[in-house]
Design a protein around this ligand. Sequence first.
Ligand code: COA
Length: 161
Amino acid sequence: MKRAIYPGTFDPITYGHLDIIERSSRIFDELIVGILVNNSKQPLFSVSEREEMIKEAVAHMNNVKVMSFHGLLVDFARAQDASFLVRGLRAVTDFEYELQMTQTNKVIASDIDTIFLTTSLKYSYLSSSMVRELASFGADISRFVPENVTRKIKDKYKVEN
Ligand code: COA
């Protein structure tokens, strides 16, 4: 069984992330979306809120699970018996950071490989912080995130439409 982890902060999940999830769910037998519990970031959404939003957004994909994790990604991957990590590359600017992270992971866990998917052109400019900023000013974010996320962000910022 080929199991992979798609890790990230997902604050919140966007259509760009979902594009990567859908495509990698077709490559692997099982995909685990791993939400990093990162104490150094001040997220808009709690881990359980993010977990719930992602679960709703991936409910139509039978081989996708959603979990959160602390600590090292490769330890989480090993604990889940996953030999692959998936990362999306949006633009060349992502590459340097991703390469460094992948090489570090490879040095500390040579049994785990990272697979890169290029984010679809349609979403190559998208980021969670951009979505948060637009929403904070009351802009329409419905073309960037699933409907359940749009609703949750509106609640957070108390934006009325
Ligand atoms: N579509 C839309 N946005 C995307 C995207 C896509 N396909 N891919 C990345 N992004 C955006 C995210 O929205 C996020 O935007 P933001 O910064 O505006 O919020 C940004 O790119 C980076 O996000 P993410 O993919 O969540 O990466 P990250 O840097 O927050 O987390 C981890 C990366 C979780 C993989 C990494 O920090 C990790 O493994 N941590 C665990 C500790 C560890 O093992 N460290 C050793 C690794 S060297």
